[in-house]
Design a protein around this ligand. Structure first.
Ligand SMILES: Cc1cc2nc3c(=O)[nH]c(=O)nc-3n(C[C@H](O)[C@H](O)[C@H](O)COP(=O)(O)O)c2cc1C
Length: 142
């Protein structure tokens, strides 16, 4: 049974290239092995991440991620059963969120993932991918 999980969190300290690279490197190994795909969105003092895969594998990874000391205020926005992966191309891709970017400001003037519906958060992610494309895409295939 496939699921898609979406959460938001706040980095502890600045999001440095080292932190991001480390997450992407680990994801590229671990997520590939567990057949997990998704996207990590960062910027404006936030992380939003989508994880897709078999329910058990997603649960295990989410527990690992929750245990990370790199972030706080981790809030689960949604976990839904799905029939198709939306981010199946990437073991983990990265997009940047700038809450004050014209796209986000105009399309979602009040956007705050802590109060937004998960549908709204997903639609911001979709638009970021469509308008700017993933910055780093770790392919899910070896
Ligand atoms: C925002 C965020 C997203 C992460 N995503 C993944 C992931 O998709 N796959 C993975 O294996 N680990 C992921 N991790 C966990 C990291 O790879 C790493 O295990 C963790 O940050 C180390 O935490 P620690 O320094 O507290 O030990 C993520 C961590 C953070 C903070």
């Amino acid at each position: 049974m496939l699921v898609r999980l979406l959460y938001v969190s706040q980095p502890v300290g600045p999001i440095t290239t080292t932190v991001t690279t480390s997450i992407l490197e680990k994801s590229s190994i671990y997520n590939k092995g567990e057949n997990i795909t998704g996207i990590l969105c960062q910027g404006s003092g936030l992380w939003m991440q989508v994880l897709e895969g078999e329910r058990h594998q997603v649960n295990v990874l989410y527990s690992r991620i929750m245990a990370s000391r790199n972030h706080k205020n981790i809030e689960l926005l949604s976990m839904e059963e799905i029939t198709h992966r939306q981010f199946g191309k990437w073991s983990m891709a990265l997009v940047h969120l700038y809450k004050d970017s014209p796209m986000v400001r105009i399309a979602h003037p009040e956007f705050d993932p802590y109060t937004a519906t998960s549908k709204e958060a997903m639609s911001v992610l979709d638009e970021l991918i469509k308008t700017s494309g993933p910055i780093v895409a770790k392919e899910s295939k070896n």
